[in-house]
Design a protein around this ligand. Structure first.
Ligand code: UDP
Length: 454
């Protein structure tokens, strides 16, 4: 009901971070909530700015970030996150104050919806007495992992995990959190990682609601556990990309020529290969990937993003002999329309780093995955994909012979049949979440109602 005859506050201010894997889901979520009747303002950094002309229905507002000349942009994600939280709070708060001061009575701000990496937004929301909703663009298990186990490097942690493991059902046991922590080597000092975890956890604790890009059937136990931990309501309304119409939010130019190349290939014959927007590898690793693909004797479409090879500005990182060998059956592009590729009937497998968006996009199209994680939550996602859901195979080593075996198992060998079959089943389950009465459909309605109650 409207209070004192005033129309309801209906404008959502979204605050995005500058990473491709975060910009995509945030703009998709904004599109979904716009379709529910909310007005949207997108506040973004100058660095890696999204393209406003792709979303004429939104108001875009860049804020100064002072990031572009900083060294933090050279692959230091943790440093970048810290710097942008330090640099952006003042300009964001200033902009929000101006907005609230001059807002019309029929266009008032309802709440701030912010990417969890932009945790300073939580302080700004508190200062302005606005509700703040945090969005996690990764798996629910990630939140569980770092809230329940905030100090993985401390002594006694392993025994704690051991004692808790008995309480876990198959879902969380399959993540093998103990081994996961033991196996992850971080290039950052543990204290810096812990500090970031603690800050994000505290933002989650105080937030008015938690939106997660996931589906209940994928993460039932993790969702239940985190709902027990936090007071705020949790809304698993994924997969965002399926609930929003497809609009490209790519920061790099998509090369669509690969679609016509795919049109000429046999059904389910092509392995799509992409390691996302941030991962980098050495030149030697790149060559192992290349020769693994060549020696598999199967068609492939490979995204060789500028910057993929660490510390190299080589324009042509692949040798001529390789290019000659794969001329007929390999297509290499710098950036691709990934969602369209995964939905293409010629694609039969996806070799991925298991970024959360790529994982969800693959599941929704029923494409089985070959998984090779590089850092962070990618390791956790691989556990889900290969050990619990069993819609993918893990590549243990970046070595050409092992790559050949794994690719052939995923794509053609009888041994991979079960994984291929399960991937199709998971696609069907994902569809059920989205239709009327499905878990994400209902959760989205609850979310819209929740926001309207502010
Ligand atoms: N993507 C794309 N074209 C490409 C490679 C990736 O559009 O050639 C998109 C992909 O669809 C996904 C995002 O970039 O939405 C990557 O996010 P993800 O979480 O998978 O990985 P990250 O880049 O964050 O490591």
């Amino acid at each position: 009901m409207e209070k004192l005859g005033k129309p309801k506050a209906n404008r959502l201010v979204f605050l995005t971070s500058p990473f491709q894997g975060h910009i995509n889901p945030m703009l998709q979520l904004a599109t979904i909530l716009h379709s529910k009747g909310f007005s949207i303002t997108i506040v973004h950094l100058q660095f890696n700015s999204p393209n406003p002309s792709n979303h004429p229905q939104f108001t875009f507002k860049p804020i100064t970030d002072n990031l572009s000349e900083s060294k933090v942009l050279q692959g230091d994600i943790l440093g970048t996150v810290k710097a942008l939280n330090k640099n952006c709070q003042v300009p964001f708060e200033l902009y929000m104050k101006q907005m609230t001061e001059k807002e019309d009575s029929d266009d008032r701000i309802s709440c701030i919806v912010y990417d969890g990496l932009m945790y300073f937004a939580h302080t700004v929301a508190n200062n302005l007495k606005l509700p703040g909703i945090i969005v996690r663009t990764s798996a629910a298990a990630g939140i569980f992992n770092f809230t329940v186990f905030p100090h993985p490097h401390q002594q006694g942690y392993i025994s704690l995990l051991d004692s808790m493991a008995e309480e876990f059902s198959t879902e969380l046991q399959s993540l093998k959190l103990k081994e996961l922590h033991a196996s992850i080597k971080t290039e950052y000092p543990p204290d810096a990682v812990l500090e970031l975890r603690a800050i994000i956890t505290s933002a989650i604790k105080d937030s008015s609601a938690i939106i997660i890009n996931t589906m209940s059937y994928l993460e039932r136990e993790a969702l239940t556990k985190i709902q027990d931990i936090f007071n705020a309501s949790i809304f698993p309304v994924g997969p965002f990309h399926k609930l929003a119409p497809t609009v490209s939010n790519s920061l790099l130019q998509e090369d669509r020529s690969c679609i016509s190349w795919l049109d000429k290939q046999a059904p389910k014959s092509v392995l799509y290969v992409s390691f996302g927007s941030i991962v980098s590898m050495t030149e030697d690793e790149l060559l192992e990937v290349a020769w693994g693909l060549a020696n598999s004797e199967l068609p492939f479409l490979w995204v060789l993003r500028p910057g993929l090879v660490r510390g190299s500005d080589l324009l042509e990182p692949l040798p001529e002999i390789f290019k000659k060998r794969v001329e007929e059956r390999g297509c290499i592009v710098e950036w691709a329309p990934q969602q369209d590729l995964l939905a293409h009937s010629a694609v039969g497998g996806f070799w991925t780093h298991c970024g959360w968006n790529s994982t969800l996009e693959s599941i929704c199209e029923g494409v089985p995955m070959l998984c090779r994680p590089f850092f962070g939550d990618q390791f956790l996602n691989v556990r889900y994909v290969c050990h619990l859901w069993r819609v993918g195979l893990e590549l243990e080593e970046l070595e050409r012979e092992k790559i050949v075996k794994a690719i052939r198992k995923l794509m053609v060998d009888g041994e991979g049949e079960e994984v291929r079959q399960r991937a199709v089943e998971f696609k069907e389950k994902a569809k059920l979440c989205q239709i009327e009465g499905g878990s994400s459909y209902c959760s989205l309605n609850d979310l819209a109602e929740h926001i309207s109650s502010y």
